[in-house]
Design a protein around this ligand. Structure first.
Ligand code: FES
Length: 103
């Protein structure tokens, strides 16, 4: 199963959690109170912008609405993602992401 470490933008908060079946990063954040900020939750505000520091291959490819927002903020997958859109593949992986905005 993937193991995901979420870090706050300043690196002071960190939480490592299992993701038994892969799935939605947003649900994982909600379930474990991860230090990643959210607002719209629908690929429009970029509040949930994250940098994938480790495990880029563990994510499913972004869909067009996520790619549009990333492009608008001069970011690119797979290094950067939106936590409200990103989904993990099932299987084993080590993932580490850092928030780009204050929690
Ligand atoms: S919470 Fe607004 S784009 Fe993800």
């Amino acid at each position: 199963m993937p193991t995901v470490t979420f870090e706050s933008s300043d690196g002071k908060l960190s939480k490592t959690v299992p993701a038994p079946d892969g799935g939605s990063v947003a649900d994982l954040c909600d379930d474990h109170e991860a230090p990643i900020p959210f607002s719209c939750r629908s690929a429009s505000c970029a509040t949930c912008h994250i940098e994938v520091l480790e495990g880029q291959d563990a994510f499913q490819p972004p869909e067009s609405e996520e790619l549009d927002v990333l492009e608008a903020i001069d970011s690119a997958a797979p290094r950067f993602r939106l936590a409200c859109c990103a989904k993990l593949k099932p299987g084993s992986a080590v993932v580490r992401v850092r928030a780009q905005n204050d929690y």
